[in-house]
Design a protein around this ligand. Structure first.
Ligand SMILES: Cc1cc2nc3c(=O)[nH]c(=O)nc-3n(C[C@H](O)[C@H](O)[C@H](O)COP(=O)(O)OP(=O)(O)OC[C@H]3O[C@@H](n4cnc5c(N)ncnc54)[C@H](O)[C@@H]3O)c2cc1C
Length: 481
């Protein structure tokens, strides 16, 4: 008899969701995490008395019907979490135009119509289509929660899954500047509108209108609560336990071995880590599994980020509730993509100032300011050598969005794609797993008993998609336990 019903490799939100769902249903679960702290990209860290969320700006899934809320309820820990609604979701600063992405969709639509009155009909029709696509995604997601059933065919997903986001915009919008404004989230998913899938962008944009949130006190609190919940349901979470091998017997997964040499057996294994590492390096299938792993080309890996963490002593009262900024030096969104564009004068950055909504994250009178620029792992041969110079470039851009920033910084530290790779062991420090291009599908498991959860699973990138993939893996396993 196996030691566990299920072993989860990795404690990112996808792995934790899967492990927690199974533990809450009474399964014997073990989560193994290589780092000393759980959470993957949701982790927080502390410097000079300030708590930084390492990566994530804000996320959805925490509204009343959201999958993370459902999970916390299943674990009996929901009431211990304080969440902060982010409104405006984002403030997009373009040359001579600052657009507030209000948390209420109708208000955002009115804001857009105010800038582009001649495009009013197109704006309504465009958001009508995004809402239709997102209602299919939500219905599918609700089907994974509890015992509710999926509601019919996802006709809108099927209709638009072969289309790029640019095709969708072009069908309804003529003004080039409005096309740029509607593509303001493309640099943060790492692909131009011409390449990113219309369905992936609909998911990213529309999910935030169900509620964009941060965790009071930092994202680590959510992670730690889920870990506590798993343990409370009899599950185990081992930190500092890097999985080095997944063993199989007669073509079915049967065990994992960690770096210390300890081996655990299970009838089901969920990988929350890089698909390429799982199938190419960890999985030892013997001759019968080799062709399944090598067969078929893999999708491209998504872009990574350069992140500049700062503490600044300055008065940001004028920002009111703006805590997330997109800064676009030009309306030419094409200028953001490709190696030559990265860190150029025209490329955009994202800035999160979490202390605007959660002042307790930093000592009194100080703000946390985190600037991100999309960056390819291969941008430089030496991130260590170029880190300080690139941080300076990102800071200069951030200072154009936040006047007075340059002289007010009292702490700074940068993370590069190499840092992200080292931290999560994801290829190229990928921010979203696979590129969210047209036609990206859930990955095939090469052996029986092995499942995937997280942004490498293939249903999408971001916290919400990773959580849904965890629910999906748990649902598949529940059916055969
Ligand atoms: C800078 C940045 C900003 C982002 N902003 C947002 C945002 O605002 N909103 C949003 O929704 N999404 C955002 N994302 C994307 C989002 O963070 C990810 O898509 C999501 O968190 C991925 O979760 P995951 O479950 O796939 O696991 P990951 O977070 O990738 O975690 C995987 C875990 O597996 C562990 N692991 C790896 N190898 C092993 C091994 N061999 N043994 C044991 N453990 C192992 C790792 O240490 C890690 O803890 C951002 C990403 C980045 C990088």
């Amino acid at each position: 008899m196996a030691d566990y019903d299920c072993i989860v490799i990795g404690s990112g939100i996808g792995g934790l969701t899967a492990g927690a769902t199974l533990a809450a249903k009474g399964a014997k679960v073990l989560v193994l995490e290589k780092n000393k702290v759980a959470g993957g990209y949701l982790q927080s860290f502390t410097r000079k008395g300030a708590t930084f969320d390492a990566c994530v700006d804000c996320f959805s899934g925490l509204d009343n019907n959201g999958p993370i809320t459902y999970l916390l309820e299943q674990l009996g820990v929901k009431d211990a979490l304080e969440i902060i609604k982010v409104d405006p979701i984002r403030t997009s600063i373009f040359p001579d135009m600052t657009v507030q992405v209000h948390a209420e969709l109708a208000r955002y639509i009115e804001e857009l119509k105010g800038f582009f009155p001649q495009e009013g009909t197109g704006i309504d029709a465009f958001f009508g289509v995004l809402s239709d696509i997102y209602s299919d995604i939500e219905a599918w997601g609700q089907g994974l929660i509890g015992n509710s059933q999926p509601t019919g065919m996802p006709v809108n997903i099927m209709k638009y899954r072969g289309h790029s986001y640019a095709e969708l915009i072009d069908s309804y919008i003529s003004d080039g500047r409005l096309k740029a404004v509607l593509s303001d989230r493309c640099p943060f998913i790492g692909l131009p509108a011409t390449e990113v899938s219309a369905v992936a962008m609909a998911a990213l944009i529309m999910s935030y209108f169900t509620g964009a949130y941060r965790i009071k006190g930092g994202g680590q609190r959510l992670v730690d609560l889920i870990v506590e919940g798993i343990r409370g349901k009899g599950g185990e979470v081992l930190l500092g336990a890097e999985v080095v091998e997944i063993g199989c017997e007669a073509g079915v997964v049967s065990s994992v071995t960690i770096a210390s040499g300890e081996r655990f057996t299970a009838s089901h294994i969920i990988s929350n880590i890089d698909y390429i590492a799982t199938t190419g390096r960890l999985l030892k299938t013997g001759p019968e599994g080799t062709s399944a792993i090598k067969g078929g080309a893999l999708p491209e890996v998504s872009s990574s980020f350069f992140i500049f963490y700062m503490i600044a002593k300055l008065d940001l009262g004028y920002l009111d509730k703006t805590s997330s900024i997109g800064f676009y030096p030009s309306f030419d969104m094409g200028a953001n993509f490709g190696l030559a564009a990265e860190f150029s004068a025209k490329s955009s950055i994202g800035i999160t100032i979490p202390t605007v909504l959660d002042p307790g994250l930093a000592p009194s009178g100080q703000h946390i300011i985190i600037a991100h620029e999309m960056a390819s792992y291969g941008y430089t041969k030496s991130w260590k050598r170029d880190k300080d110079a690139l941080a300076e470039k990102v800071m200069e851009k951030a200072a154009r969005a936040i006047p007075g920033l340059a002289g007010a910084i009292i702490f700074k530290e940068a993370a590069t794609p190499a840092t992200l790779k080292r931290y999560t062991a994801g290829t190229g420090g990928a921010a979203y797993g696979w590129c969210q291009t047209i036609g990206l599908k859930p990955m095939r498991s090469p052996v029986k008993g092995l499942y995937f959860a997280g942004h490498w699973e293939g249903i999408g990138g971001g916290v919400l998609a990773a959580a849904y993939s965890g629910l999906k893996a748990a649902r598949e396993i529940e059916g055969v336990l």
